[in-house]
Design a protein around this ligand. Structure first.
Ligand code: HEM
Length: 496
């Protein structure tokens, strides 16, 4: 299997080797020493600079979604939705917009196995003529929690134990059993859908609702769906475990090689459209990301097609430094009140400033093709000319960029928020279990058995009181679901 497009060392230019400041290097194999047997001298700048740069090669990995693969491609509008949004890149059928997409696992570190049982990240950066829109979704339409205040705690349970430094089933099930709205996503995770066969054979979802805003300021809520044209394929647990040992980069390799072979993966893109009045009247809070809104109530409308047709030239430059952010939106796309989304609007740009620096948006992979024109200046690694001699404040009397003066309609007219500012809690209700039960009932006999076995394999490693607490949730979702997990726990020697 090919590792590199040409199966040969990259054909770099054969010019003279230089230091980072451009001085020609006379010898790249021998350090400068005081005498043949003497110590290395500090004046060997080439050696010192080479080691010092190497010492700094690693940047902090993403706090979540650290392991990933990415590719370039395009998005093409296939159906007119210009009545729903004034976003220019969606303005006419046939219009193409360049994209960069990154897929990832969530919990593991950069070197972790691609076949982990984990949701998969599905991020798309659209380089539009009005700046970038980042669709930062997952391969699942729901999430484990519905309030961003729980996210750091949740992620701690998915990472390593503070003492043993091991993944820890007790932390996971303790949290999930105490946060039962997680059951829907837990059911997806523990089912066959929990281990997609690479990145090409899975759907992508915005999961949250966003707003689409028309020219006149009217808006609708939409959920984005990217449906794989390659078909859904999953890996069964034994094969996933084998691959984790023999080919931990299975999904990364599969994506890269498919694109090199000219098999360009593609996704059909749809939206579910929800009128604001329907959202207010819906039978549960449609902004609760632990639930799907039914496609019977809100069918899919085709919008376009995404094709990935070009591999990155350099992994670090393009994939590792890619900075996706749900708050990067273009006019005509706006956030919904989904609390989780609202938390994410802050968190991503914040982590990018930490991971890549205050000028992360100047890195080529993140730079909007349409240009940036503002009064932000300075900071580490300001590499875009830093505004030259132009004024660095506004308003000013000496030229420079100014606001476009258009009405704020692209933010949605008549979107009114009011009410007491307090911590409005969600009560746990039967609705929090119903969709997990419905999903369970979609599975075949074989899939149900496998689901119960996978759950029991992990849950049986936890204290009995946690097993009992979680078991009640399975029963509440569906009696048969509960019975099967209970039987599988007993078969796994649980003392339940
Ligand atoms: C990555 C925070 C929920 C999808 C990240 C990163 C942070 C983060 C800090 C690392 C970004 C980076 O270093 O570049 C949060 C918070 C959440 C949340 C605070 C909840 C309040 C979600 C949800 C989804 C999601 C619900 C999917 C619908 C992703 C994806 C990435 C990511 C796909 C990887 C982006 C990439 O490819 O670089 N998240 N996240 N996250 N998150 Fe979230």
């Amino acid at each position: 299997m090919s590792q590199h497009p040409s199966d040969a060392p990259a054909a770099a230019s054969r010019g003279v080797l230089t230091t980072a400041n451009g001085n020609p290097v006379d010898n790249n194999q021998t350090s400068m020493t005081a005498g043949e047997y003497g110590p290395v001298v500090l004046q060997d700048f080439h050696l010192i600079d080479k080691l010092a740069h190497f010492d700094r090669e690693r940047i902090p990995e993403r706090v979540v979604h650290a392991k990933g693969a990415g590719a370039h491609g395009y998005f093409e509008v296939t159906k007119d939705i210009s009545h729903l949004t004034c976003a220019q890149f969606l303005s006419r059928v046939g219009k193409r917009t360049p994209v960069f997409t990154r897929f990832s696992t969530v919990g593991g570190e950069q070197g972790s196995a691609d076949t982990a049982r984990d949701p998969r990240g599905f991020s798309v950066k659209f380089y539009t003529e009005e700046g970038n829109w980042d669709m930062v979704g997952n391969n699942t339409p729901v999430f484990f929690i519905r309030d961003p205040i729980k996210f750091p705690d949740f992620i701690h349970t998915q990472k390593r134990h503070p003492q043993t430094h091991l993944p820890d089933a007790t932390m996971m099930w303790d949290f999930w059993s105490l946060v039962p709205e997680s059951l829907h996503q837990v059911t997806i995770l523990m089912s066959d859908r929990g281990i997609p066969d690479g990145y090409r054979h899975m759907h992508g979802y915005s999961s949250h609702s966003l707003k689409l805003v028309a020219k006149d300021g009217s808006y609708k809520y939409v959920k984005w769906h990217f449906r794989t044209e390659q078909g859904i394929k999953n890996v069964l647990p034994d094969e996933a475990a084998r691959l984790a040992g023999t080919d931990p980069n299975y999904a990364t390799r599969d994506l890269f090689n498919a694109i090199e072979r000219g098999e360009h993966p593609a996704w059909r893109v749809y939206v579910q459209v929800i009128e604001p009045e329907q959202a207010l009247k819906y039978r549960f809070n449609p902004f609760d990301v632990t639930k799907v809104v039914s496609q019977k109530d809100f069918p899919l409308h085709e919008v376009g097609r995404m094709v990935l047709n070009r591999n990155p030239e350099n992994y670090f430059a393009e994939v590792e430094q890619a900075a996706f952010c749900p708050s990067h939106m273009v006019p005509g796309i706006a956030p919904s009140p989904d609390r989780m989304l609202q938390g994410r609007l802050f968190s991503y740009a914040d982590t990018h400033r930490h991971r890549l620096g205050a000028n992360y948006h100047q890195i080529p992979i993140n730079r909007p093709l349409s240009g940036v024109n503002n009064h932000q200046r300075d900071g580490a690694m300001a590499i875009n000319g830093n505004g030259g001699a132009a004024p660095n404040y506004e308003p000013n009397s000496f030229g420079g960029p100014a606001q476009n003066g258009l009405p704020a309609q692209t933010h949605a007219r008549n979107f009114v928020a009011q009410g007491e500012v307090t911590r409005h809690t969600y009560d746990v209700t039967d609705d929090d279990f119903a969709q997990a039960g419905d999903l369970f009932n979609l599975f075949s006999e074989e899939q149900k058995t496998r689901l119960a076995t996978v759950i029991a394999g992990s849950l049986s490693q936890t204290p009995v009181f946690i097993q009992k607490r979680q078991l009640k949730h399975f029963y509440r979702a569906d009696k048969d679901y509960g019975r099967r997990v209970e039987a599988a726990l007993r078969a796994a020697d649980s003392k339940i």
